[in-house]
Write a protein that binds this ligand. Structure first.
Ligand code: XMP
Length: 511
């Protein structure tokens, strides 16, 4: 275990991921955690992250010297580097010379930390203060114009640091620097893999569950599928999965859950065919918010009824939830948050249905969850599925949602997805909504006759986190193929348009 101490910048998660990329397990802890508590977790090493503050700012988080006296290897990054220098008696100054973004650094004595990497390095900096002299016992390894001491190490005490951000991709040799610290200074062995995670989680789940019964709602998405597969591996038929088929899925998605998922996991699956129920509730509704509310409400009611029925058959005590590490970190629950609470995400289950939660993915990042899914044998199409909204195609039909319209949209969407996959672009695109403008008609000519059909909107976007997005520049030949196929193969569609709005101002979905 390597602890990444978060000083409040957005970099701690990135550092934790890079450490795991080096196959060393890492967790993030807040800087407010007392040093004894950190040490009590017996970390192999501690990494101090960057932070938004100057070490001279009022109330700037300090690092207790006890942390460096415990014999645990430590690595400071940016703010963490300056805090280490300051605590150990180095000279940190407000220079007034700020370095932001790409900055050249010259390596002098490479030492252990910078061994074998280029001596002229472009790295990502973001600092106003600078270390002018290292603490006693440290060797200076590199310098930049604004940072006379840009990297240092004390091999005997296994302490080191860099002024720059080795965790960001713009920093040359960043991963190499981190790995030198982890392997060569801290003596970590890179043996943490997804197979370990599977074994470890299987054991933990068995301990937590004993011989009790467990419920899991599958959405068709990757998180719930991987969580369920893991729990299924651990406790077999003590797990019951519920899949509410609301009829608003894309082509093949329900099949994937009903066939592929079951084939791989052997899990007991309760499929609730609720298409009629959802379509009846949606009849005549065109307002997007109204649609969302209805779909959410019907989902809760359906799931609740199923949970009650199953609970009556075999008393259920646990509910599986696909919570990921970023959610845990962002909600401030770095470690050991209570895991018995009523469940909100599947949607406000009533108080008399109280389950303890099993969250087997709560220490993992999305890319690790995907790897885990593959290791558990889930198909790539499921593991690398693009995000898909809970209300499904219901919010991709502008206008009333009907069975016929869903069929039209499903056919067009399948063509778009198939061609994207054929062009090898799935992983370059964040999401590719296809939207049916069901209340709009446009004139066209197909065959020998005039048509009066509907337009389809293609909305491929690139994004990091769905908070912001840009329209994807798909190659013209791919767009052309999609357009030709949709207008030829899907009745009712005589026009294909491309949405070239970024987010903001547009959202990713149309409704
Ligand atoms: P927007 O359209 O707001 O979407 O840019 C941002 C991301 O959220 C997804 N989305 C939803 N996901 N339930 C979900 O589970 C919803 O009601 C919902 N609405 C939007 C959307 O697909 C995109 O990834």
């Amino acid at each position: 275990l390597v602890l990444v101490v978060d000083f409040g910048a957005q970099y701690a998660q990135l550092i934790a991921r890079r450490v795991r990329e080096a196959k060393v397990y890492s967790e993030i802890v807040p800087h407010s955690m007392p040093v004894e508590e950190m040490l009590a977790r017996s970390p192999k090493a501690i990494i101090l992250s960057g932070g938004p503050q100057s070490v001279y700012a009022e109330g700037a988080p300090r690092v207790e010297s006890a942390l460096f006296e415990a014999g645990v290897p430590a690595f400071g990054i940016c703010y963490g580097f300056q805090a280490m220098a300051q605590t150990l008696g180095g000279d940190v100054r407000r220079t007034g010379l700020r370095e932001f973004g790409r900055t050249p650094v010259t390596v002098g004595d490479a030492g252990t930390l910078l061994a074998g990497i280029p001596t002229d390095l472009n790295v990502w900096m973001s600092h106003g203060d600078a270390v002018h002299a290292p603490p006693v016992g440290f060797t200076v390894l590199a310098a930049s114009e604004g940072a006379p001491v840009a990297a240092f190490e004390d091999v005997d005490r296994k302490l080191a640091g860099v002024q720059w951000h080795p965790e960001v991709l713009h920093s040359q040799a960043g991963q190499a620097v981190l790995e030198h610290f982890l392997y060569d200074l801290a003596g970590c062995t890179g043996d943490w893999t997804t197979t370990n995670v599977v074994d470890e989680q299987v054991e933990l789940i068995r301990q937590q569950v004993g011989d009790k019964q467990v419920l899991c709602a599958l959405s068709g998405g990757v998180d719930s599928a991987v969580a369920a597969a893991l729990v299924s591996k651990a406790i077999g038929d003590q797990l019951t999965c519920v899949y509410v088929d609301h009829g608003l899925q894309r082509a093949g998605e329900s099949d994937q859950v009903e066939k592929d998922f079951v084939a791989v996991t052997g899990a007991r699956l309760e499929v609730v065919d609720a298409e009629e129920r959802f379509l009846t509730a949606l009849a005549g509704v065109t307002d997007p918010e109204q649609k969302r509310k209805i779909i959410g409400r019907e989902f809760i009611r359906t799931f609740e009824a199923t949970a009650r029925k199953l609970d009556a058959e075999r008393h259920i005590e646990f509910l599986v939830q696909g919570t990921l590490y970023p959610d845990v970190v962002e909600s401030g629950g770095g470690t050991g948050a209570a895991n018995i609470k009523s469940h909100h995400n599947v949607g406000g289950l009533p108080d008399d249905l109280q389950f303890a939660l099993i969250e087997p993915l709560r220490t993992l990042f999305k890319d690790e969850v995907r790897e885990l899914g593959l290791a558990l044998g889930l198909p790539e199409s499921m593991v690398y599925r693009h995000p898909f909204p809970g209300p499904g195609l219901g919010i991709r039909i502008v206008g009333e949602v009907t069975k016929d319209r869903l069929e039209i949209l499903r056919a067009a969407d399948l063509i778009a997805r198939t061609e994207l996959t054929a062009a090898g672009l799935d992983r370059d695109i964040w999401q590719f909504p296809v939207v049916l403008l069901a209340d709009v008609r446009s004139v066209g000519v197909q065959g020998d006759g005039r048509t009066y059909g509907h337009p389809i909107v293609l909305r491929p976007v690139t994004s990091e986190d769905a908070m912001t997005a840009d329209w994807a520049r798909l190659p013209y030949d791919v767009l052309e193929k999609i357009s030709t196929r949709i207008t030829n193969e899907v009745d009712e569609i005589n026009r294909v348009t491309l949405d070239i709005t970024s987010k903001p101002p547009g959202t990713i979905e149309w409704e």
